[in-house]
Design a protein around this ligand. Structure first.
Ligand code: COA
Ligand code: AMP
Length: 630
């Protein structure tokens, strides 16, 4: 079936469309209703159905004769090691670890935090939770203890599974001290911590609370998958909102399986048995969906990559892995390609490897700038597909669905809405804007299966943040335009979220940390353009009157403060001290104007500005740290 026909069917008969897709999934009990609208605008998919994520990801393939196929390849240039697990071995390790969870009192509905680097044990922990109906919440290793503590208090885990360390190029990141201090800070205390010891840094254990992974699984029985409701949560994944309190995005079980399995063939054109590689991290949504769940649901081989696009050891590592394992689809963030292009502009490393297995490169996490896209296409000689999605949606909102029909590529656009998505660009009152004009991108409810049904323990926040502004529509938080062919161009956020190396960060959260410095009276954080990471946070600090300390000392303290409160992943290294911040007469800080000054994009004096002279001071302050970049 061609794209237009498929898209129209999903719009006209969503229940028929998704019920058909659900036939491709194993159910212990079929659903009572495909789409339950009894509590609209809070919709649920496949209510009454019973299934299990782990069964659909692992056991089903052993049952169907794929037991000896490689399920997971761990490629770790930072430890100079490789490891593979077949589906049969994966089932054995997951059912044993699930047995350990059960033996330690973790059961259906309990939460488990997973704080792990890119090792197979991270995937095993996630699948083991799903096996017994526990809800996992993976926390990215680049966050500081405080961020982990906030997540512990919000989801109240019965257990935390962690590794002794992660490995960043040139340094070992010890996770255990971060874990200990997070638990110390949190009001909620887990019953137990399971620690996977790595030889690069052995963690010291706390008696009565910490259990060594190897000991923990040594005397327990394997357990089988338990049927759970389609509407039960599979996981909670925290993402940045506009404040310091992250949002706990919930993914449900049935919709999650149906949608992700459908995308593997229809978006990525993957057939069972082929090798798929999402070069991301299990701490992000891309990792949940496309390192772990979707490729396994589809019977593919997935690669767990512990390294960086450059420096581990060189900008050819991606091509080596594609060539060694015959990867068909590579999925990563544009920033990874910018990093490779910077070190190997002429693509000399690409030429060293057999890239003949690669059919498509998919990019997401931030807008792919046409320069990067064209460079990647020239080097790899395959279609480069930008696709747009969010933690909330779990898979792409817009993509070229090459498994259905490859549409012409327009550089700078993630193509058209995926079947199941009805998208508009609207003005502030919710009226559609003209074709080609920028508006808020909103999607008509109900959203397709696999999208988030709510925020963890925060239904009201869910409604207010996403559904309250435009009736019957989901507010994506992104702005963009739709052209005459229905192609969507996603241009910017409508809120205070910035995108640093494909990672979503809240400027509000960074401001909260900066404001806690004793010498800072007021501050504003903007995302300024960066040639490598897309955006970088830049802080403007107003100091308390009477502070006479060395300004550079204060700045380096604030840099350290963000690093220890949010984490190195915030990449907060740029700050200036100013006398005042530009504001409207009603007191709103003019962050957008400041960003334009720092980026050297055209700007107009805001009509509502309180004192235009402040902008000259801001311009001078930015110039003192080399902004705008020439
Ligand atoms: N654990 C601990 N620290 C981590 C970490 C982790 N899992 N991941 C990153 N960090 C640290 C880094 O060491 C770095 O610390 P530093 O300030 O001491 O150097 C900081 O967080 C910023 O990391 P990163 O954003 O990775 O920047 P980088 O300069 O080290 O590398 C790129 C730049 C472009 C190579 C890198 O960002 C990259 O590979 N991006 C791919 C993006 C991606 O996969 N996004 C996922 C969404 S699809
Ligand atoms: P996250 O929830 O961390 O995946 O970040 C989602 C946000 O990243 C989106 O709301 C966008 O702002 C941005 N984003 C992701 N993919 C794209 C893309 N292909 N084009 C433009 N922006 C993107």
């Amino acid at each position: 079936m061609k794209f237009d026909e498929t898209y129209d069917r999903a719009c006209k008969d969503p229940e028929g469309f998704w019920a058909e897709a659900a036939e491709n999934v194993h159910w212990y009990r079929k659903w009572d209703r495909v789409l339950d609208n009894s509590d609209a605008p809070f919709y649920r998919w496949f209510t009454g159905g019973q299934t299990n994520v782990c069964y659909n990801a692992v056991d089903i393939h052993v049952a169907n004769g794929r037991g000896d196929q490689t399920a997971i390849i761990h490629e770790s240039p930072v430890t100079n090691s490789q490891q593979t697990l077949t589906y049969r071995e994966l089932r054995q390790r997951v059912s044993r670890f699930a047995g350990m969870l059960k033996a330690n009192g973790v059961g259906y509905g309990d939460r488990v935090i997973v704080y792990m680097p890119m090792i197979p044990e991270a995937v095993i922990s996630m699948l083991a939770c799903a096996r017994i109906g526990a809800v996992h919440s993976v926390v990215f290793g680049g966050f500081a203890a405080n961020e982990l503590a906030v997540r512990i208090d919000d989801c109240q885990p019965k257990m935390i599974v962690a590794s002794s360390c992660g490995i960043e190029p040139g340094r070992v990141v010890e996770y255990k001290p971060l874990l200990d201090s997070a638990i110390e800070m949190a009001a909620h205390k887990p019953d137990a911590c399971i620690i996977f010891q790595r030889s690069q840094a052995e963690a010291s254990m706390i008696d009565g609370r910490d259990i060594d992974w190897v000991d923990a699984i040594s005397q327990v029985d394997d357990v089988d998958c338990v049927p759970v409701l389609a509407t039960d949560p599979l996981y909670i994944l925290y993402t940045s909102g506009t404040t310091g309190q992250p949002k706990g995005v919930v993914r449900d079980t049935g919709g999650g399986i149906v949608a992700l399995k459908w995308t593997m063939k229809n978006i990525y054109d993957m057939n069972p048995g082929e090798v798929y590689w999402a070069a991301s991290d299990v701490g992000w949504v891309v990792g949940h969906s496309y390192i772990v769940y979707a490729p396994l649901f589809n019977g593919n081989t997935t690669i767990v990559f512990e390294g960086k696009p450059v420096g581990t050891p060189d900008p050819g590592v991606f091509w080596r892995i594609v060539s060694d394992y015959r990867v068909k689809v590579l999925f990563t963030a544009p920033t990874a390609f910018r990093a490779i292009k910077r070190e190997d502009p002429n693509g000399e490393y690409v030429g060293k490897y057999d890239m003949s297995s690669l059919r498509y490169l998919f990019l997401a996490g931030e807008r792919t700038d046409p320069d990067t896209l064209i460079w990647a296409r020239q080097q790899l000689n395959v279609p480069v597909i930008d696709h747009w999605w969010q933690t909330e949606t779990g898979s792409a909102i817009c993509s070229n669905c090459v498994g259905i029909e490859q549409l012409p590529i327009k550089d700078g656009s993630p193509t058209r809405p995926v079947p199941g998505w009805q998208l508009r660009a609207v003005d502030d009152d919710g009226h559609p804007v003209e074709t080609g004009e920028i508006g808020a991108l909103v999607a008509r409810l109900p959203l397709p299966p696999g999208t988030f049904p709510t925020l963890w323990n925060a239904k009201e926040r869910f409604f207010e943040s996403y559904l309250g502004h435009f009736p019957d529509h989901y507010e994506s938080g992104d702005a963009g335009y739709i052209d005459e062919d229905g192609y969507v161009f996603v241009m910017s956020r409508t809120d205070d979220v910035i995108n640093v190396a494909g990672h979503r960060l809240s400027t509000g959260a960074i401001e909260e940390v900066l404001a806690s410095h004793p010498d800072v009276a007021e501050c504003a954080v903007l995302g300024v353009n960066d040639a490598l990471k897309g955006e970088l946070p830049l802080g403007c600090l107003v100091l308390n009157s009477g502070v006479e300390r060395d300004v550079s000392e204060i700045i380096s303290e604030t840099v350290q403060l963000v690093r220890s409160n949010i984490g190195p992943v915030a990449a907060f290294k740029l700050a200036v001290v100013v006398d005042r911040l530009p504001k409207t007469r009603s007191g709103k800080i003019l962050r957008a104007t400041m960003k334009k000054i720092a980026d050297n994009t055209p700007w107009r004096m805001p009509a509502t500005i309180d004192d235009p002279a402040i902008l000259d001071e801001i311009t001078a302050a930015f110039a003192s740290i080399g902004y705008p970049k020439s």
